[in-house]
Design a protein around this ligand. Structure first.
Ligand code: 9MJ
Length: 677
């Protein structure tokens, strides 16, 4: 402590309260810390010491009260003087238009403004302040009676123990949502795993479970937060700050009294503005640091709110516009095993069709046996399916209380379901693989599909179904056989007219002229993706050269690691692959010699690019291929390593992250210009 500070312990404690409260507010409410954590901790320890020496000077609003107190036997009930409201729900644009015209009718067609705010997925709480001091915190309960969770709430750092400033009402009830931010939730669950304890299903459950703890010391260790969105009882507002007469102004007052209010609150003048707000928040849902399940629109003017009134417990002047659920339950009908191009066996959940995260889902990968065991998922279970943002749907967990007595743990087959060869797990890989190699029709089919795909040989008109038929009826066994196909054979296939057959023969012919990089990629060597294939082509220039390199030599190529080097070496050493290559080359596949382009000369060499939003003039995959051909690496997520973000139409969270990280951003037109140079 500096010499200038008072030595009267009361004054010292008051000064420490002020300083600690100021810094906690900067940190937890304003998200703008001023002091390093270690300095804050030092001040905190000073306060603890003084309070230990002078217990008579301990007060209820001391920052030291946030560490939790004695363990309770149960929570007592508290009647809400003003009931805590619930909100009516809207699920569609039409529901919002109806809401808007209903309000308009209720207000006799006078003008009104709506305030839109995110709908946090947490627990509603009512905080009572008397003379500025937090005296009571009650859960919503049934809206009329809740539980007294004051001790627990005192541990939440963003909730002031004493109101800020001097101009607050004598009695003030503040209402809002307690929630657990996503990051804190992930950390809490990791800690639970480390301790061998049960994890929480989602941040809402974690927040609810925490607030219901009888031991407030445990609550103090839980990363809870709160946003305020309203008030309850208000008695004797301060003369210098009468209570505001609109919702938006009340939110501002709450902020000046020390509370965190959502930074996403926005004025909307009509229903269209509400719908735009909804879309804008929905597109950023994943990027927000907390979970939300929709947005809320409220009439701004308090007198107009009163005019609109209530139906039972829900106000007529507000509505929750819900987002599509990200988690739903559905029966797991079966687990099927798919065989990939490289023989990997992947268990896939067949689900009863279910609408989740805005799409209908019937399948979800279960990855491998370890994942199935970890989640304890069984055929016949009712499972929680999650689809958040653009992320592929995931089976999260079974609902154990609904498990059938007859259910049995799932075990992956020991043999390939297609060719019945042994399936093996090698090198500690999570997945087992069919050992049938090209004997396995499933692997052959996948190899041929990959060979023909857009980023590989780009054979237009050769779809997955057709490849399967051609393999099943024995017309093609290897990728080289594609070039021996005749129109007569094609016409024999289901739904294949003469014209389509001729077109396909032409596409196959056209595909013979390609690039070395595409050809290498098309061969489907494990770990040789587009970028590695391009690096190999640029480095060695000819196929002969690559074929004659051993694994050690190949390591000299930038972007080729030991696993890829080993796979390339083995691939070219196998006699059946050499035979296929000879057949391919003698059927006329060719590419111009790469003369003097080295990797260093590629215009986008060194760039790590993320594509986001909708591209209007080019397919996303084609853009990706072109960028890779120009030397760039294309990544799916924005990080500090990203050097450039290409933002198409309606770009959302990735664009925001790029702006936050100060990463260069270009639009689609600028990207198209790269391709022209
Ligand atoms: C949430 N959950 O974020 C209300 N809410 O208003 C917001 N809930 C609400 N407002 C009146 N932003 C009753 C509930």
């Amino acid at each position: 402590m500096s010499d200038k500070e008072p030595h009267d312990p009361y004054k010292q404690i008051q000064t420490l309260h002020k300083r600690l409260n100021y810094h906690a507010h900067r940190y937890y409410v304003l998200d703008d810390p001023e002091l390093p954590d270690s300095e804050y901790d030092k001040l905190f320890r000073e306060l603890e010491l003084l309070e230990k020496q002078h217990p008579e000077l301990m007060t209820l609003d001391s920052p030291s009260q946030r560490v939790g107190g004695k363990i309770l036997d149960s929570f007592t009930s508290i009647a809400h003087q003003i009931p805590m409201l619930s909100l009516s729900n809207a699920f569609s644009d039409d529901d919002i238009k109806e809401f808007y015209s209903r309000i308009s009718d209720l207000l006799n067609h006078k003008e009104f403004v709506l305030i839109a705010e995110p709908k946090l997925d947490g627990l509603a709480i009512s905080l009572r302040y008397e003379q500025g001091l937090l005296v009571q915190a009650a859960t919503r309960g049934d809206g009329t009676t809740g539980e007294d969770v004051t001790q627990n709430v005192r541990t939440i750092q963003s909730i002031p123990l004493h109101l800020s400033g001097d101009y607050y009402p004598k009695v003030l009830e503040v209402r809002g949502e307690i929630f657990m931010p996503k990051k804190g939730f992930a950390q809490l669950n990791q800690r639970q795993i480390d301790k061998g304890e049960k994890t929480f299903a989602n941040p809402r459950n974690a927040a609810a479970g925490s607030l219901r703890q009888l031991d407030s010391k445990i609550v103090a260790s839980r990363p809870l937060d709160m946003f305020c969105y309203g008030i309850g009882v208000v008695d004797q507002a301060h003369k210098k700050m009468p209570l505001a007469q609109s919702h938006s102004e009340i939110l501002k007052q709450l902020h000046t009294w020390g509370f965190a209010v959502s930074p996403e609150v926005k004025k909307c003048d009509n229903w269209q503005a509400c719908l735009n707000y909804y879309q804008s928040i929905l597109s950023r849902r994943e990027a927000l640091p907390y979970e939300i399940d929709g947005v809320v629109y409220k009439v701004d003017d308090i007198a107009q709110q009163q005019q609109a009134g209530f139906i039972s417990r829900a106000p007529r002047w507000a509505i929750a516009h819900k987002f599509p659920a990200e988690e739903v339950t559905t029966p797991l009908l079966d687990i099927e095993v798919q065989v990939g191009r490289t023989g990997a066996l992947t268990p896939v959940a067949r689900l009863q069709a279910v609408f989740v995260g805005g799409v209908t889902v019937t399948n979800a990968t279960l990855h491998n046996q370890t994942e199935i065991d970890r989640k304890d998922i069984r055929i016949g279970d009712t499972v929680v399916v999650r689809r958040a943002g653009d992320v592929i749907p995931e089976v999260v967990r079974p609902i154990l209380s609904q498990r059938l007595d007859s259910s049995q743990a799932y075990v992956m087959p020991t043999h390939c379901p297609i060719c019945h060869s042994l399936a093996e797990r090698v090198n500690n890989e999570a997945k087992s693989r069919c050992t049938g190699g090209l004997f396995c029709p499933a692997q052959r089919k996948e190899a041929i599909k990959h060979f023909a795909s857009r980023k590989a040989m780009d054979i237009d008109g050769l779809g997955d179904k057709l490849v399967e038929q051609l393999v099943d009826c024995g017309f093609i066994e290897t990728i080289a056989d594609l070039f021996q196909l005749t129109s007569i054979q094609l016409v024999a296939m289901e739904r294949m007219a003469d014209k389509s057959a001729d077109n396909l023969i032409q596409s196959i012919e056209k595909s013979k002229s390609t690039t070395l990089a595409r050809f290498l990629y098309a061969l489907g060597i494990r770990e040789v993706g587009e970028a590695t294939a391009l690096a190999l082509a640029n480095f060695y220039k000819t196929l002969e050269c690559i074929q004659h390199k051993n694994a050690e030599d190949l390591l000299e190529v930038p972007d080729v690691g030991p696993v890829a080097a080993h796979n390339i070496d083995t691939f070219f050493a196998q006699s059946h692959n050499q035979q296929v290559l000879n057949n391919l080359l003698s059927s006329g596949i060719h590419w111009p010699e790469i003369i003097n382009k080295t990797l260093d000369e590629l215009p986008l060499e060194g760039e790590i690019i993320v594509l986001t939003g909708t591209l209007l003039h080019i397919k996303r995959n084609d853009a990706k291929t072109r960028l890779i051909e120009l030397g760039a690496k294309v990544s799916g997520s924005v990080s500090k390593k990203t050097t450039l973000v290409i933002a198409g139409d309606k770009a959302g969270s990735k664009l925001i992250k790029a702006q936050e990280l100060n990463i260069k951003i270009v639009d689609e037109t600028e990207m198209m210009a790269f391709f022209e140079t």
